[in-house]
Structures are given as structure tokens and as C-alpha cells.
Design a binder for this molecule. Sequence first.
Ligand code: SAH
Ligand code: MG
Length: 193
Amino acid sequence: MVRISELEEYASKNNVPIMLPDGIEFLCNYIKENNVKTILEIGTAIGYSAIKMALVDKNIKVITIERDSERYNMAIQNIKDFGLENQITVILDDAFNVDLTQSFDLIFIDAAKSQYIKFFEKFKVNLKKTGVFISDNLDFHGLVKSEEIIESRNVRGIVRKLRNYIEFLENNKEFKTTFYSIGDGIGVSKWQS
Ligand code: SAH
Ligand code: MG
């Protein structure tokens, strides 16, 4: 796939949960305006957000982690099709098995929604003091803020974990988080100064 719109179409047809249009636009603007150059992404899927972020500037480097080998293979192919192999490195593994020594300007959390606190705690050693965590899907289709009874046990679990994560961010002594109702809900967390 050589066009962004093809990736979007593929994701929509195959239920790959890529970032929503205004969410990815917000993320790319943040990267541009804050001169972000080094990015760690947890949750590659087919490489859509990694490709969009890398396209902001040719000096941007992205490391992205995906545990599903089918999606990993698609991401590798897509990144090749866009000629971005020298900007994007994809790691095939569970993020909890990956230990990195680099520090990043931005760590983008967009993998299993029930594990956000654990991703945050694990990877904060890799975040520069001037860096930020950005977390996606904090609204989870509007369910996180709604009072409605959720039928599916699975979805109920995810929503409960996301509410815990938001509370964790709100009460965090080390980080200050701003929440945005953009896309599927985005949090931007900076070290407290
Ligand atoms: N950031 C992508 C979408 C990611 S979807 C985009 O916007 O284009 C979330 C992905 O995270 C899924 O492909 C899933 O397989 C992966 N994932 C979930 N938990 C993970 C984990 N613990 N380690 C690595 N990848 C994980
Ligand atoms: Mg997402």
C-alpha cells in the first residue's frame, strides 16, 4: 500500500483500530510544534500511525513495538512501500519483554487498553525529562465517561481499566496530564517541573 488512504481503507475493512483522523492530526501537529525527533510507540498495528508520524519530518526516528506477527509483517511491508525503513524500526515482541536503553521525546501508548498503567510505569525510564507520554483511546468510544450499563464483560473490563488509568494520571505526583476530547480521547503527560 503506497497511499495513506489505502492504509485507512484497509484498517476500516479489517477492523484494525488505527487512530481516528482528528486524533492523528493532533498527534502530528504536536510532533511538529514541539520539535519531537525521537518517538517510541507501543502498538504498531499495520504501521499507520508510525508512518504518519515519520512523515512529519525526515529527521524523525520511530521505534515501534507490535506483538502480533501478522500485523508486524504488514507494518514492515507498508513501511518499505513508503520508503521509511531508515526512519522506522519495528520490534516484533510483547512490549513487556522489550528493554530499551534510549530516551525519547515522545512515548505514544496505543496498545492493550487494560495495561496502560503498566506500560507507563515500565517505559518512563525511557522518557526524556523534556519528553511526553501521549495515550490514545482514553474515551473508548465514549464509554469511559458514560453511565450506561455495558453488556460485554470484556468491554466492561477495558472501560474499568481505562478509568483506573485516568485516575492514576490525575493523581500522579511525577506527571501532569492534560486530557483532550479529540479522536477517541487523548492524554498528554509531562514531567512535573
Ligand atoms: N498505533 C496504531 C494502532 C495500534 S492498535 C495506529 O494508530 O495506527 C493496537 C496494537 O497493539 C494491536 O495491533 C495489538 O496487537 C498491539 N498490542 C497490544 N498489546 C501489546 C503489547 N503488550 N505489546 C505489543 N503490542 C501490543
Ligand atoms: Mg488507538
